[in-house]
Ligand binder design. Structure first.
Ligand code: ZN
Length: 483
C-alpha cells in the first residue's frame, strides 16, 4: 500500500489505520499499513450501524436469509474463515456491493435485479469477501467514509455538534459514493472471489459472467443517464474493458479452476424465484428523486430541488449540494408537530428569546423560519407541519457571497415543499420484478410495449436478464419483467 493512499484518507480514519506488521492472510507477506484484526472488526461494527441507517435494510427476511446463507458458505471457504461475516441486502436502487473492514458485506437490491443466477450472486459476494480477506483495509475505508456522509449531514443543523460537518458533506458529495479500489485490488478480489466460488462448488466462470452483466448494465445506464441528463451508476469493481477482452481477468479466473469440484453449480432457478416480487428501482419507504424533485409517498411530501444540484437521499434526510459545492439544502423529519412550528424551531436550534422566528406558510402549510449563522455559514431554517409530523428544511452556503449567489433557487426549493398531490401519488407506485416463463416467439420488444420502464424498456429488460444488447427470450426460460 502506498503512502499516497494513506494521505488521501481522512485524519480520523488514518488514526484508525495504525501501522501494524500483521501478516496478510492471502499472500502470507507482512502487511505494513493495516489495522489489527480487532480494530478492523470494531471499525466495521460501528460503521455497520451507519450503513444500515443510511441505506435501510431491505424488508424481506426470506431474501436476506438466502443471500446470507450463500455468503456464509463462501466465507467458510475463504482465507479468513474465522471472522464473523454479515451479508446484508440494502434497500437501495443503486447498483452496488461493498465491504467494510471486519467482514461486513452489503449488496443492494439494485444490483440483485441485474443478476441471473446464484453463481453470479456468489461471484459478487465472493469478490467482496476477497477485499476483506486480502485486507484492502485502507481502500475499504473509502466505503466507511462514504457511509459517514449520512452521519455528517445529520449533524449540520444540530447546533451543538455543527463543527465542520457541513464542509464534510460538501467535500464528499462531489466524489463518487464509493470510489474504486484500484485495478490491482479489484483484480485480486476477482481472483479470490473465483477461488471461493470454485471451493464451494460454484462455476468460477460466473465471475466473468457477472462482470460482463454489470459492464452491460453500466453501458446501458450510461446511455440512459445521458438521455436523462443525470449521473450514471456503476459498480466499483468495473474497469474500462469488457471481460471478454480482459485477458488478465480471464487469466485470474482460469487459475481458480484448480480448486474446482465436480459440482460446478450455476443454480439459476432458485435465484430467479428469490427475485419474484422484489422492489425494482425506487422505494416508497425511502422516497426518491425524479427530475430533481423529491417524493416520499409514505410521508406524503414533495420538495423540488434546484436544477443541476446533486441530490443524495439518505435514510434520515435528503440533501442537495450546488454544482459548485458551496451551498446545500437539507430536508429531514423533526419529530411530531407539537405546539407551533415556531416552538419546534426554537427548541430544535435552542434559540434564545432574542432571536427572530417568523411564522409563514410553505406550500399552504403552517411553518416558521429563522436565519442564523452556523459555524460562520449563513443559514436559513424552516420548520413546517404536515399532518402530525414536523419537518425541517435548511439551506446553507459556505459564505455570504455563495449565499447570495444561490438565494433565489434555495428559497424557491424551500417554498416548493408541499403535500403530495393525488397525481404525484399515482406516479409514485413502486415497481416490482415479476418472474415469468417465456412463451414461444415472445420478444423483448413485445414485453416492452406493456412495461412501465418507459422508452428504454426493451433494452432495460434485456440488461436485467443478461441478454443485452441483442438477445431474445428462449421459450421456457424464466425471465424477469417489471410491473
Ligand atoms: Zn471491488
Amino acid at each position: 500500500m502506498s503512502l499516497s493512499l494513506l494521505t488521501r484518507t481522512s485524519a480520523v480514519l488514518c488514526a484508525l489505520a495504525l501501522a501494524n506488521c500483521a501478516t496478510n492472510p492471502v499472500t502470507g507477506n507482512p502487511n505494513f499499513v493495516t489495522m489489527s484484526e480487532s480494530q478492523e472488526v470494531s471499525t466495521g461494527r460501528s460503521e455497520d450501524q451507519k450503513v444500515r441507517e443510511q441505506y435501510g435494510t431491505y424488508d424481506d427476511p426470506v431474501l436476506q436469509r438466502y443471500v446470507n446463507d450463500i455468503g456464509q458458505r463462501l466465507a467458510k471457504a475463504s482465507h479468513r474463515s474465522s471472522l464473523q461475516y454479515q451479508f446484508l441486502v440494502l434497500d437501495s436502487p443503486q447498483v452496488n456491493a461493498f465491504a467494510l473492514p471486519g467482514g461486513y458485506i452489503y449488496i443492494t437490491r439494485g444490483i440483485l435485479a441485474y443478476l441471473n443466477s446464484e453463481a453470479e450472486l456468489a461471484a459478487v459476494l465472493g469478490h467482496e469477501i476477497g477485499h476483506v480477506t486480502a485486507r484492502h483495509s485502507v481502500q475499504q475505508l473509502s466505503a466507511a467514509t462514504a457511509a459517514n456522509i449520512g452521519a455528517s449531514v445529520l449533524q449540520i443543523f444540530v447546533p451543538q455538534i455543527r463543527n465542520s460537518a457541513g464542509d464534510a458533506l460538501i467535500s464528499t458529495l462531489g466524489g463518487a459514493l464509493l470510489s474504486g479500489y484500484g485495478r490491482e485490488h479489484e483484480l485480486e478480489a476477482d481472483r479470490l472471489g473465483a477461488e471461493y466460488l470454485a471451493r464451494t462448488g460454484y462455476d468460477p466462470q460466473a465471475m466473468i459472467k457477472v462482470v460482463g452483466v454489470l459492464k452491460d448494465q453500466e453501458q446501458f445506464d450510461a446511455e440512459m443517464a445521458k438521455a436523462e441528463g443525470r449521473e450514471a451508476r456503476a459498480y466499483h469493481g468495473l474497469f474500462a474493458s469488457h471481460p471478454d477482452n480482459d485477458t488478465r481477468l480471464q487469466e485470474v479466473v482460469r487459475e481458480a479452476a484448480k480448486f474446482k469440484s465436480a459440482e460446478n453449480r450455476v443454480n439459476r432457478e432458485p435465484f430467479m424465484r428469490s427475485m419474484d416480487h422484489m422492489i425494482f428501482s425506487d422505494s416508497p419507504a425511502q422516497g426518491f428523486v425524479r427530475s430533481n424533485s423529491f417524493y416520499h409517498p409514505n410521508l406524503g411530501l414533495t420538495l423540488n430541488f434546484p436544477a443541476g444540484w446533486r441530490i443524495q437521499n439518505n435514510a434520515q434526510n435528503v440533501a442537495a449540494a450546488s454544482p459548485e459545492q458551496n451551498a446545500l439544502i437539507d430536508l429531514r423529519s423533526a419529530g411530531r408537530a407539537e405546539g407551533s412550528p415556531g416552538d419546534v424551531l426554537r427548541k430544535l436550534l435552542k434559540l434564545g428569546a432574542g432571536s427572530t422566528v417568523t411564522p409563514q406558510t410553505l406550500g399552504g402549510l403552517q411553518a416558521a423560519v429563522t436565519e442564523a449563522t452556523l459555524s460562520g455559514k449563513p443559514t436559513r431554517i424552516a420548520v413546517v407541519f404536515l399532518g402530525s409530523s414536523a419537518y425541517t428544511i435548511g439551506v446553507q452556503a459556505k459564505d455570504a457571497a455563495a449565499y447570495s449567489q444561490h438565494k433565489a433557487v434555495m428559497d424557491a426549493a424551500m417554498n416548493s415543499f408541499h403535500a403530495m398531490t393525488a397525481q404525484e401519488r399515482a406516479l409514485a407506485k413502486p415497481l416490482r420484478l415479476r418472474v415469468i416463463t417465456a412463451k414461444a416467439g415472445q420478444t423483448f420488444a413485445a414485453l416492452a410495449r406493456t412495461s412501465p420502464l418507459g422508452r428504454f424498456a426493451e433494452n432495460h429488460l434485456r440488461v436485467i436478464n443478461g441478454l443485452y444488447p441483442s438477445g431474445e427470450p428462449v421459450a421456457g426460460q424464466s425471465l424477469k419483467i417489471v410491473e
